[in-house]
Design a binder for this molecule. Sequence first.
Ligand SMILES: [Zn+2]
Ligand SMILES: [Zn+2]
Length: 247
Amino acid sequence: MSRDFNTIGFAPGSQSKKWIDDVCYEMDTETDTLTMTTQEDIYFFCLQNGAPYLINNWGEKKVRFVGKVFGKLALLLLISLILYYFLRDRIVFPYNMTWLFILLTIGVIIFSYFVYDQLTSVADFYINSRCRKCGKDFAYEEFKKPLTRKVSTSENYEITTTKYHKCRYCGDEDLRIQTNYIDCKGKKEKLTKNACKCCGKENSMKEYRRPDVHTTYDTVETIRFYKCLDCGYQAITVENVYSPGPM
Ligand SMILES: [Zn+2]
Ligand SMILES: [Zn+2]
């Protein structure tokens, strides 16, 4: 597990933007709204280039069906592995074969899940890349990196992702915008009163609103909001705790 920690200050009434790595933090001190923007990587999956071949030969339904079969196989083997864990005292494998059996099962689970994920992606890609104007298949391509914008107020946390697609045949542009609201307000810390970096007054920085605690599959990000009781100077702390992640 690793951790990084940053503090960003915003002078009263300012609209300044600050960068940490590839995230832009912008605090509107009037409306108490924090906006974070990031450019994401363009989506690509392993079988993407092979998708037209698979769809032409099998069709969307068969690709999806075979994907589901592998998905169910992965799930079934995972359940067997869990069952084995509980019944391990009653099931005896020949000498030294237990670990071989377990490793083999884990290998097949990973492989089956990979096939399920890729074939599902092929079928979805086929549906999503058909041009709505000229009707050609595998036509839309992302021509610009997707943009993620997170807007945090004391009440809400909104994530908007914009993807930019263009048809490689007729040039039709298709903007895909997805907005999610998440409930991620955590608890304030009990005692945190520090000196203000702007006016220098001791014990004047107070955590004035609930933090945003945003969890993804391998990271927990906590953003805390502080304000100087004396001069109105604002600061946020951004803490990221990374877990080792999936295998
Ligand atoms: Zn087109
Ligand atoms: Zn101050």
